[in-house]
Design a protein around this ligand. Structure first.
Ligand code: ADP
Ligand code: MG
Length: 226
């Protein structure tokens, strides 16, 4: 589907109040079309993760408007938000966020449990195959390298066939060879039509995206700030 997937207008997120209020996101407007690959750069504390939580419908802004694929997000119930996240958005985090007691395929299956999907094991295996881990499906996270754990997390993000993948510093805990693999995976997911928003503080990583933005003190600037 062409057209705007993500469209936020004058969105702010304020933590605390009065003297100690922090404008983590400060009147940000941005439109991201289906099929784009956008990198968001910025210093630590500039509001990148807060913006990503808003874009991922994990957090509701203090003010402003959000249209996801034409649907108004800020008036949705918790249940509607959870459905939207489960159907349309995949998340990849710096700390992988895998459940340590479960083998890789059970981690990948998790988003499918929410929707009581059929053939969950088969879909999880397929997703793990796509990230090159067909031979590691029974391994638990502590039996996998960092790069492999992040690939499991990508498989978990992919298993629901989402429109949007949000990746917050996905290579932040990886060596350069593993970083490279994860980036290539994101590039190929984008080539197959998925919209990607990648948060990073590394300009070399941001360079793989087709569009670069920078957060500074809660504001979003188009292009990389000098
Ligand atoms: P980044 O991801 O760019 O490092 P964050 O979005 O995590 O930045 O944080 C932006 C600002 O909001 C920081 O000043 C941070 O301290 C503050 N902040 C983030 N989360 C919270 C929270 N839950 N409560 C209060 N302040 C927060
Ligand atoms: Mg962050």
């Amino acid at each position: 589907m062409a057209g705007a997937l993500v469209d936020i207008r004058d969105v702010s997120k304020v933590y605390g109040r009065g003297d100690v209020a922090v404008h983590a996101v400060d009147h940000v407007s941005v439109t991201i079309d289906s099929g784009e690959f956008v990198a968001v750069m910025g210093a630590s504390g500039s509001g990148k993760s807060t913006l990503m939580h808003i874009l991922g419908c994990l957090d509701i802004p203090t003010e402003g408007h959000y249209l996801f694929a034409g649907e108004t997000v800020e008036t949705m119930s918790e249940r509607q938000l959870a459905d939207l996240r489960n159907r349309r958005i995949g998340f990849v985090f710096q700390q992988f966020q895998l459940l340590s007691s479960l083998p890789a395929w059970r981690n990948v299956e998790l988003p499918l449990l929410y929707r009581a999907a059929a053939n969950r094991r088969g879909l999880a295996m397929e997703a793990l195959d796509r990230v090159g881990l067909a031979d590691r499906v029974e391994h638990r996270p502590n039996e996998l390298s960092g790069g492999q754990q992040q690939r499991v997390a990508i498989a978990r993000a992919l298993v629901t066939d989402p429109d949007l993948i949000l990746a917050d510093e996905p290579t932040g805990n990886l060596d350069s060879a593993s970083s490279h693999e994860i980036l290539e995976m994101l590039v190929s997911l984008n080539a197959s039509g998925r919209t990607i928003i990648l948060i990073t503080h590394d300009p070399a990583i941001a360079a793989v995206a087709s569009r670069q933005c920078t957060m500074r003190d809660g504001r979003l600037l188009e292009a990389v700030a000098a």
